[in-house]
Design a binder for this molecule. Structure first.
Ligand SMILES: C[S@@+](CC[C@H](N)C(=O)[O-])C[C@H]1O[C@@H](n2cnc3c(N)ncnc32)[C@H](O)[C@@H]1O
Length: 297
């Protein structure tokens, strides 16, 4: 959508920097809000503020300029190029897991320590949000990228969270050492829940992606088709009692739904607050952890 001359004029009258925020923000209200955040961040630093506005004009994501993003109940997630910026829909599904599934941990009298594995952990936002709400749980995050592991450890530190371990590994080809480490803390040698926001944007979608995402965010974090869902069915489902995977395409839900044995697994869809299907989750019907899903059926 092109921006009207009238909107640019209106913005200039409010603040001479405001028109430069419009190409990324697309409307006056969002542009004003972003400028307020930048002004707050660069208080009394007019040259840095002007530079930041120009960077934003050229498409740099706000989180890479401000260097962080709020997430979960009260987390600050540091953000850097080479690591995906946490998205609102991921925050929403973490809230769903924390409030609709894990809240039943106490009431259902599940007498064991839960272990959670966050595959494709990136900045660590999912692992840290689970840990923030469930301090008793053991949480591991796994990612293939050194930049992600370093940033996730930094985020763990700045949020003063302990007992969360970030491990470098290729989840499409997990070695025995990694698998053994992830199941070692559980008496049943099982992961209670695997949570993942894998790369799921189809390559054919590339021309339609926002230029700022294409230019600044790592393609390793973005593009995938069915491979991470096939990998879950073929490998990771054998090691876990429940799972939650974020997704972008209904085919990714259908792949999991039609390839897990319905006698063993219950599989459900999760929709975000815009009613868009954004996740697939499920549990082994005869596992102890199945009780936690009672309020989701
Ligand atoms: C969509 S991002 C999710 C990051 C983070 N969990 C979040 O929600 O913001 C996907 C992540 O998968 C990682 N990744 C891609 N291929 C991988 C692989 N084969 N094994 C492990 N991690 C992988 C990327 O480095 C990236 O951090």
């Amino acid at each position: 959508m092109r921006i009207s001359y009238r909107m640019i004029q209106k913005a200039r009258l409010i603040n001479p920097l405001l028109p430069y925020m419009l190409p990324q923000c697309r409307n006056l209200q969002d542009a004003k809000q972003e400028l307020i955040w930048l002004e707050k961040h660069f208080k009394n630093q007019n040259i840095q503020l002007a530079k930041a506005v120009i960077e934003r004009f050229k498409g740099k994501p706000l989180q890479y300029i401000l260097k962080n993003q709020p997430f979960g109940e009260d987390l600050t997630i540091n953000c850097r190029p080479n690591v995906l910026i946490p998205r609102w829909e991921t925050d929403e599904f973490c809230h769903f897991i924390n409030t609709k599934i894990f809240q039943n941990y106490q009431s259902q009298d599940i007498n064991k320590k839960i272990n959670i594995v966050d595959l494709c952990s990136g900045s660590g936002c999912i692992s840290l949000s689970i840990k923030e709400s469930n301090t008793m749980f053991n949480v591991f995050g796994v990612d293939i990228s050194d930049s992600c592991i370093n940033l996730a450890n930094e985020n763990k530190k700045i949020n003063s969270l302990e007992d969360v371990e970030f491990i470098k590994g290729d989840i499409l080809n997990p070695d025995l050492k990694l698998l053994n480490k992830l199941i070692a803390s559980s008496a049943e040698k099982k992961i209670d829940m695997i949570i993942s926001n894998p790369p799921y944007i189809l390559h054919s979608f590339l021309p339609y992606l926002n230029t700022s995402v294409k230019k600044y965010e790592p393609s390793l974090a973005l593009f995938g088709n069915l491979e991470f869902y096939e990998n879950f069915v073929k490998i990771w489902s054998k090691y876990c009692d429940s799972f939650f995977y974020e997704l972008g395409e209904i085919e990714q839900f259908e792949y999991i739904n039609s390839n897990l044995d319905p006698k063993v697994w219950a599989v459900l869809k999760w929709s975000d607050s815009n009613d868009k299907i954004r996740g697939v989750y499920g549990y082994r019907k005869h596992s102890q952890i199945a009780k936690m899903f009672d309020t989701c059926k």
